[in-house]
Design a protein around this ligand. Sequence first.
Ligand SMILES: C[S@@+](CC[C@H](N)C(=O)[O-])C[C@H]1O[C@@H](n2cnc3c(N)ncnc32)[C@H](O)[C@@H]1O
Ligand code: SF4
Length: 457
Amino acid sequence: MLDIDKFDESITGVNSPDPLRYAFPQKTSAHAGGMAAPIPPEQKAHTLNRLLQQPGSKHQKRCLYIHIPFCRVRCTFCNFFQNAASRKLVDGYFEALMVEIDQKAAQPWTQTGVFHAVYIGGGTPTDLSPEQVERLGKAIQRSFPLSTDCEITLEGRINRFSDEMFERALEGGFNRFSFGIQSFNTQVRRSAKRLDDREDVMERVASLSATQQAPIIVDLLYGLPYQTAEVFEQDLIDFMATGAHGLDLYQLVVGGGAPMINLVDKGKIPAPATTIEKASMYELGSQFMDQHHLRRLSVNHWARDNRERSQYNSLAKTYAEVLPIGCGAGGNIGGYGMMNHRTLETYMSAMKSGDSTVAMMTKQHALEPLFSALKSGFDHGVVRRDALPAFIGQSSFDLLLPLFEVWQQRGLVTLDEQYLVLTLAGRFWAVSLAQASIQVLQKTYQEQTALQPAVSL
Ligand SMILES: C[S@@+](CC[C@H](N)C(=O)[O-])C[C@H]1O[C@@H](n2cnc3c(N)ncnc32)[C@H](O)[C@@H]1O
Ligand code: SF4
């Protein structure tokens, strides 16, 4: 039986009449994660080779992630920027990427199962040329066994996304497009160093959506400088007006390296929203989606029609293995997590010399399948008893029940025999709840098994 009194408010949340705004101090990271043991550097390449030499399971869900680490301009809020795009750098990288695709595709593991979702992320994949986008799509179709309903997403931005680019991408087999818009408001966009103004962005999203060639998904942030509640509400109205098929609403979390911090410190732009203000914006956004009958696919993703399935997002958060390709790409195979070289120089020189591209590798925690099921459940807003693998022979749901009951008292969840359902406040704090449940399980596991020391991912 879990002794819940051993855990402080960072796990149980604060007892407040307003849990949406006050249950936890703030969101500190984008994703929850468990502990993992590092693989010594000299064993990384050998371990990856061994994993890829074995046949994969024919029946497991898997994804392919390909990373394009370039952007033409660095946005002030972004934690993901890696390299400024120049034609020469992008072209050199693209050819190296095609070689890595061939190498990874030739492995027995790759060829013995099917991939259910492919995601080309960044950075800004739409900063490739139209020819490169088509070549990339065709290389994926040719090289990897894809399920018949495989979702193949191209991420990017609207800026310079021409008709030719769209046609070439469709020709290459892309069947879903995810555009970072962040805000439609011109003042918010300019201060964040986004390039186009509101009317141009709206017109372009609307015309792409109107073709009905593929689902068009819009990412919006909430909490940017100048993005008041009124501006955010107008962003939601603008999204509806474009006719786009899906919407991601991401809370702004500014990391240490983002240029925005310096600009705010120097008084050049107003501070981004506080956590309390962002909680109110999330409430506004959720109510807006309900009012317009959009279907909630996860705590931060809504679909306007059945065409949008958001397969990659949900699979990559479950048991699905993810094969990573490209500079800075991360994934997991056979109980190991891995990350390719993050700097362009180290990635390119590894590709030139024929060395392994993997920079970091970890053996995932023995409870990783349980952690993944929890992450997936919290991300969807519902944790199902029968979706959770057992914890050392006992029901994980029952083990966590004392924690779930405290969260119910705190207004973060509602609970019955089979399901833990997140309230609006719980959905806002979903990553914190997932992380807290993982920490509780890790501690209990350590106590019960006297596990070797491990490091946090
Ligand atoms: C890595 S970006 C790539 C998309 C594309 N390059 C763009 O400019 O929109 C993917 C998404 O991450 C989200 N993102 C970027 N910086 C963020 C931050 N500081 N906090 C929360 N989400 C962020 C944005 O919504 C963005 O659309
Ligand atoms: S938001 Fe997109 S374009 Fe802007 S810096 Fe981040 S990855 Fe690059």
